[in-house]
Design a protein around this ligand. Structure first.
Ligand SMILES: Cc1ncc(COP(=O)(O)O)c(C=O)c1O
Length: 378
């Protein structure tokens, strides 16, 4: 058991020698970016691993979302959830679109399809649901609604690397799925992301490819106001290395999650993550909800107590994106009461492949002793 600081996550890295071996030939080619050999090798391996046919690698998950939305040429309103990372909402707003916030389901925190349909107007062009914490949205019902109203579905799949639902890659659902390979994710390429898309989208792939490279069509033609969102060769090389170890990493994460469940099960007032049927999980996060009415202790007190022991959990996702200062007076938090409730009570506990089980025990013991103290005082 370590008494070192424990952060909410710790980036997975290959052995240094493995990475050096992978990047060696970059010194021969001097080709460091612009869709080089590493980029292509990584893309092919990823497509195989994720079971997807159409994919573009991106500089990060945010630009995957932002440029995918742009390439879809959407207009008006986009229905999404505020219980997510800033990126989901920002990507919509930065495209000049209006996010319309739908509430979340209390069991798995994904978009509540029972509340979705009534938010559709004649200005709605898309639905952007988030497979939050790796929980899979109600993909069949979302597709049914999208088909009924002719809406595009773009999933923020940043939390779902390697997951499957009913044996299908998560990227198989909707029109577009965007992954993040940020250093803090289950799988990383230092920074990185990918857009996976359905073959129903004719022009989308080409538009996206150009948008990530300044809108360049040819040496002398630029026909789009593009950005620069290309993945460089060093990031691709890191992705290639980490992909070799991903199954082992996920298996190690499962051990940590199983231990958390064992230690924290059956405590009245504590809600552990749901286990959805038919989902092969990646164990990306361990969000725990603390009900202060039952426990006599608030989420914030647990957060502070852990921090006092140099254990750093995160209040993912607090505040709601609709409450951000930059969106002041644009949205009403009361429109998504379930999201608001969980945002005030959830804490994601430290979770990474090499987190020692003894450290998990220590984290849980600290939580439990704080709860007993709270009960006595309460
Ligand atoms: C739900 C969600 N969407 C989008 C992103 C953006 O990804 P990136 O950090 O790779 O830009 C993240 C994570 O960072 C995320 O958690």
């Amino acid at each position: 058991m370590s008494k070192q600081k424990i952060y909410v996550t710790r980036s997975s890295m290959p052995e240094l020698s493995e990475y050096i071996e992978e990047i060696k030939d970059i010194w021969e080619t001097h080709w460091m970016t612009n869709m080089g050999a590493k980029h292509e090798k990584f893309r092919h391996r990823l497509q195989e691993y994720l079971g997807v046919e159409h994919m573009h690698l991106m500089v990060n998950g945010h630009m995957a979302l932002e440029l995918a939305l742009q390439a879809l040429k959407l207009t008006g309103e986009v229905i999404t959830t505020p219980f997510t990372f800033a990126s989901t909402t920002h990507a919509i707003v930065r495209n000049g679109l209006t996010p319309v916030f739908c509430d979340i389901r209390p069991d798995d925190y994904t978009i509540d399809t029972e509340k979705l349909e009534r938010l559709i107007t004649d200005r709605t062009s898309a639905i952007v649901p988030v497979h939050v914490y790796g929980n899979i949205c109600q993909v069949e019902e979302i597709q049914r609604i999208a088909d009924k109203y002719g809406l595009v579905v773009l999933y923020d799949a940043a939390h779902t690397f390697g997951e499957t639902y009913r044996g299908n890659s998560v990227a198989a659902f909707g029109d577009v799925s965007c992954y993040s390979f940020h250093a803090t994710k289950v799988f990383n390429s230092i920074e990185g992301g990918a857009v996976c898309y359905s073959d129903r989208l004719n022009e989308f792939g080409l538009s996206l490819f150009r948008l990530k490279n300044f809108g360049i069509r040819s040496e002398t033609e630029v026909d789009g106001v593009g950005a620069n969102a290309k993945m460089n060769e060093f990031c691709a090389a890191m992705g290639i290395c980490n992909l070799r170890h991903i199954d082992e990493e996920i298996a190690k994460r499962k051990r940590v999650v199983d231990r958390y469940r064992e230690c924290l099960q059956d405590i009245s007032g504590i809600k552990l993550p749901v286990v959805q049927p038919d989902v092969k999980y990646n164990y990306a996060y361990f969000p725990v909800v603390f009900d202060e009415q039952v426990l006599g202790v608030t989420r914030n007190e647990i957060y502070m107590t852990l921090a006092a022991h140099e254990i750093y959990s995160r209040k993912y996702f607090y505040p709601l994106t609709s409450q951000f200062e930059c969106y002041r007076q644009r949205f009403t938090e009361g429109d998504t009461p379930v999201a608001l409730y969980f945002s005030k009570r959830v804490l994601t506990l430290p979770l990474y492949a090499d987190l020692a089980l003894a450290d998990v025990d220590r984290i849980c013991d600290i939580i439990k002793s704080k709860l007993q103290l709270g009960n006595k005082e309460g």
